[in-house]
Design a protein around this ligand. Structure first.
Ligand SMILES: Cc1ncc(COP(=O)(O)O)c(C=O)c1O
Length: 394
C-alpha cells in the first residue's frame, strides 16, 4: 500500500480532494464567453481577499516573477532609490531582484527572526526623500515572522511613497487591507494559504502605481511585463472574450475560483482567526515538546511556524516524519539551514486535525532520536489545544 503523503510545507500546501476534482473537469479554452465570465468572476473574488476595489489580474507566473513585474515598471533609470525591508531569505531575494534592475537599493535590515526595524525605515526615508518605493515581504516564510505591514504602510504613506508588498505566504491567511493601507502593488498566491493549485498568482495594482508607469519618460524594457501594454491588450481582447494578453492555465484558474469562493463562504474574518488560532496551537505544542520557536510570540506568523531543532538531528527529524508518517515539513533556509524546521499551516491544513497528527508524529520521532525525554507526555497539552480549536474541526 502506498502511504498517503501530506504537505505540511509552507507551500505548496495540501489541496482538498474537492478542489482536485476541479482539475478533472474538461479543459476550457482561454477565450470565449464562458472563460471570460469565469476569469472576471475569479478576479472579483480575488479582489475581496486583497481588500481592494483596484485593478486585479491573474498572472500565470511564479510569485517572485510577479513581484519582478513591479520592478520592470517602477525602476526607470539606473540608480533610482528604492527601499527594501529585509529580515529573511525572501527579503534578501527581493534585494537581489531589485539590484538586477540597477536600482540603488537602500536596505532596511533586521535580524532574521525579528520584526521590521521601523525606526530605521523612518530614518532612511527621511535621509532619502527622493526614494521612489518601499518593498516589504509581509510574511517572511523563512523565519515565520509576520512583518508589521500596518505600521510600515503608515510610515511609507506619511512620506507619500509607493508601497510594494510580497503577500505570497499571507494572502488568504492574514488580512491584507490593500485599499485601507494604500498598498500600490501586492502579489498573492494560489497554493499557500488559499490551498489552490500552483500556476497563477493574483496581483493587485493601485491607480497610483499605474499612473506612475504611464508618466515614465523611458519606456519599460520588456514587452510582456509592461503593465500599460498588458492592461491595454487585456482590454482590447476582452471584447472577443479574451480577457488576458496571453494564454492561461484555465483549469488552475477554475480551481482557484473554487477555493476563493470557499474562502468567502467561510468568511474572511473567521478564516484569518482560524489561521491565527491554529498557529498559536502549534507554538504551544512545539514549546511543550521542549523546543523553541524562532520569533517572539507577538511576531510569530499565523501561516508558518519556524522552530529550532538541534543540528545533529535536524535533517533526521524531517526525513523520519516523511519516511515513517508521510508528513513533509521544510528545513531552514539560507543561514537557518540545519538550525530550524518549518511547518506551514495554510488554508486547508490550518486545522486542529492536521495539527494533532503532526505533533503526535513529531513527539514520536523526537523521542526515537533521543532529542526529548522518553517519559515526556504532551497528551494533556494536546487536549487543551484541541479544546481551544474544536470550533474549527471540519
Ligand atoms: C514570501 C515569499 N516570497 C517569494 C516566494 C517565491 O515564490 P515563487 O517560488 O512562486 O517564486 C516564496 C515562496 O515560498 C515566499 O514564501
Amino acid at each position: 500500500m502506498v502511504m498517503k503523503k501530506t504537505l505540511y510545507i509552507p507551500g505548496p500546501s495540501e489541496v482538498e480532494p474537492e478542489t482536485l476534482l476541479e482539475l478533472a473537469k474538461p479543459v476550457m479554452a482561454h477565450y470565449g464567453p464562458d472563460w471570460h465570465q469565469l476569469y472576471n468572476e475569479t478576479c472579483e473574488v480575488a479582489k475581496k481577499i486583497f481588500g481592494t476595489k483596484e485593478y486585479v489580474t491573474l498572472l500565470p507566473l511564479p510569485g517572485s516573477v510577479c513581484l519582478e513585474m513591479s520592478a520592470f515598471n517602477l525602476i526607470e533609470k539606473e540608480g533610482e532609490k528604492v527601499v527594501a525591508i529585509t529580515n529573511g531569505f525572501f527579503g534578501d531575494n527581493m534585494v537581489e531582484m531589485l539590484l538586477s534592475h540597477d536600482a540603488n537599493v537602500l536596505k532596511v535590515e533586521s535580524e532574521w527572526g525579528k520584526n521590521v526595524n521601523l525606526e530605521k525605515l523612518e530614518e532612511v526615508l527621511d535621509e532619502n526623500p527622493e526614494t521612489k518605493a518601499v518593498y516589504l515581504v509581509h510574511n517572511e516564510t523563512s523565519t515565520g515572522v509576520l512583518n508589521d505591514l500596518k505600521r510600515v504602510a503608515e510610515i511609507v504613506k506619511k512620506k507619500d511613497k509607493i508601497l510594494v508588498v510580497d503577500a505570497i505566504s499571507s494572502y488568504g491567511g492574514v488580512e491584507l487591507d490593500f485599499d485601507q493601507l494604500k498598498i500600490d502593488f501586492a502579489v498573492g498566491y494560489a497554493s499557500k494559504c488559499m490551498s489552490g493549485i500552483n500556476g497563477i498568482c493574483p496581483v493587485a495594482v493601485s491607480k497610483r502605481f499605474i499612473e506612475e508607469v504611464r508618466e515614465r519618460k523611458i519606456p519599460v524594457k520588456s514587452h510582456y511585463f509592461n503593465l500599460i501594454k498588458y492592461i491595454k491588450l487585456s482590454e482590447e481582447w476582452s471584447s472577443i472574450g479574451h480577457p488576458h494578453p496571453t494564454s492561461m492555465p484555465t483549469s488552475v484558474v477554475r480551481a482557484f475560483y473554487h477555493v476563493a469562493e470557499k474562502a468567502l463562504e467561510e468568511g474572511l474574518e473567521r478564516r484569518y482567526r482560524r489561521h491565527a488560532d491554529v498557529a498559536k496551537g502549534y507554538r504551544q505544542a512545539i514549546r511543550a515538546l521542549g523546543l523553541n520557536i524562532l520569533p517572539k510570540e507577538e511576531d510569530a506568523s499565523p501561516t508558518v511556524t519556524t522552530f529550532i531543532v538541534p543540528e545533529n538531528v535536524n535533517g533526521k527529524v524531517r526525513s523520519a516524519l516523511y519516511k515513517d508518517f508521510g508528513y513533509m515539513i521544510s528545513g531552514g533556509l539560507g543561514k537557518l539551514e540545519n538550525i530550524t524546521l518549518r511547518v506551514g499551516h495554510m488554508g486547508y491544513t490550518a486545522n486542529p486535525e492536521f495539527l494533532i497528527k503532526l505533533i503526535t508524529a513529531l513527539e514520536t520521532v523526537l523521542k526515537r532520536l533521543r532529542t526529548i525525554d522518553r517519559s515526556l507526555n504532551i497528551s494533556d497539552e494536546l487536549e487543551t489545544i484541541w479544546d481551544g480549536l474544536r470550533q474549527y474541526v471540519t
